[in-house]
Design a protein. Structure first.
Length: 436
């Protein structure tokens, strides 16, 4: 017998540098891992992709994972896991699995998941609710998930969850240009938002012919003319929705929509004041979100259980800020590429983050001192500044491009400000210049 030749040429330098305690996990235990430093030299691609069930942890991509009859992909964990079928050791328990479809392989006496869409004709393919016919072949239907968590975690397909139907489906009218969108009779190009990147193709809204169906649709309102788009619902994008002072991105249902702020829906002074989150604005005869700062004297301020009068500086603020000293706060906003993806029912993480910060800033006791003005005396109020940051291999450490402060008319020019209008402009600038 002769020794086989070594699989790699001797190295002048160490193949890898490890501490002693790292050797088992980083080197020895992964000897046959096809994705490891040695395994990719030892284990050939055919060994892991020949239709024979292999260890699921070897698969790093969803496509190769689901092609293995013993594995399943978790969009939540973004990893390949053993199918629930594999642990079953006899035919009755295998075929009795209720969480997924399993089949018993009598020749191997093993339980595997049912083959995905194994149809060669269009009729049988489309009759299977998990499959669809596409480009002369039967493929698994995207977005076929049983719950919202796995539905919105799919990073490959554009999936949406409906709290009405309790189903996951492909986002309808998913066209990227005006021509294709308008060619589909069920879609319309929504250009309410000024920025081109915020315009998109949406399902034609509020086409209901009866009052009940119209009122059940959160995007719609019934009036004398029939079913119409509700106030704020014409904004298709969270960014431009939040720019309207009377609107907010409503995540109480899925898919989320732009809706009127709850207080704006209360049309009378009595119903408005009965909601502790709202207050009646006599001058405009409108119900608005509560702002303790609108109370200018002690008595009406302290008559409101949510507000506190700061005697030293003679201003009214929310109880939670009643003990705040004079503050200068610099808020760092993560502008990395990861913030571009969906976060729960928010279609884009960075816009959602800015929305949270904007809502918080509107409740703060701001100093009223504009950017560049003399530093205010101790007044138990706040000034804010915002800096967006993102690391990238394209930018050397310390490169000015890794941080971004506001510039332009109406902004603070990257300085501390206690004026709400400048704070709003600063946040709009950050949204318009997302670094990701």
């Amino acid at each position: 017998a002769t020794l086989k030749p070594i699989v790699s040429a001797p190295q002048d330098e160490h193949f890898m540098n490890l501490q002693i305690d790292e050797v088992p996990d980083q080197a020895l235990n992964g000897l046959c891992d096809p994705n490891g430093p040695w395994g990719h030299l030892i284990v050939t691609p055919q060994t892991t992709q020949a239709g024979v069930h292999q260890p699921c942890l070897n698969y790093l991509a969803k496509t190769t994972c689901v092609a293995d009859k013993g594995c399943t992909w978790s969009d939540v964990l973004t990893s390949c896991l053993d199918s629930v079928c594999v642990p079953h050791c006899d035919q009755p328990t295998c075929e009795g699995e209720t969480s997924t479809k399993c089949v018993w392989d009598g020749s191997l006496e093993e339980c595997f998941k049912k083959p995905i869409c194994p149809y060669s004709d269009e009729v049988n393919c489309n009759n299977d609710q998990e499959c669809k016919w596409d480009s002369n072949k039967c493929i698994e239907k995207p977005c076929y998930y049983p719950d919202e968590t796995s539905c919105i975690a799919d990073t490959e397909a554009d999936c949406v969850w409906s709290t009405v139907t309790k189903k996951c489906s492909e986002k309808p009218c998913n066209y990227n240009n005006t021509a294709d969108c308008r060619a589909d009779s069920g879609c319309q190009w929504e250009d309410t938002c000024k920025e081109p990147e915020d315009q998109m193709c949406i399902v034609k809204p509020c086409m209901h012919s009866n009052e009940t169906a119209c009122k059940e649709d959160v995007m719609c309102a019934w009036n004398a003319s029939g079913c119409a788009v509700a106030t704020c619902a014409h904004y298709p994008d969270e960014k431009c929705c939040n720019r309207d002072d009377g609107c907010h991105w409503n995540v109480q249902q899925a898919p989320a929509v732009c809706s009127q702020l709850p207080c704006r829906l209360l049309g009378s002074e009595g119903t408005c004041n009965a909601d502790r989150n709202c207050m009646w604005e006599g001058g405009s005869s409108a119900c608005l979100e509560k702002s303790c700062g609108k109370y200018t004297t002690r008595c009406p301020c302290e008559a409101d259980p949510d507000c506190f009068f700061v005697a030293g500086s003679n201003h009214c603020t929310f109880q939670r800020y009643g003990t705040c000293p004079t503050l200068d706060v610099v808020v760092l906003l993560d502008g990395g590429v990861s913030m571009e993806r969906k976060f729960g029912r928010h279609p884009q993480g960075f816009y959602a983050l800015v929305e949270v910060v904007r809502d918080w800033a509107r409740t703060l006791p701001l100093s009223g001192s504009a950017a560049g003005a003399a530093t205010p005396a101790n007044n138990n109020a706040a000034r804010l500044a915002f800096v967006q940051f993102a690391g990238s291999s394209l930018w050397p450490a310390g490169d000015a491009k890794q941080v971004l402060s506001s510039t332009g008319t109406g902004t603070s020019e990257g300085r501390l400000t206690g004026v709400l209008s400048e704070v709003e402009k600063d946040l709009e600038f950050q949204e318009d210049n997302f670094m990701g």
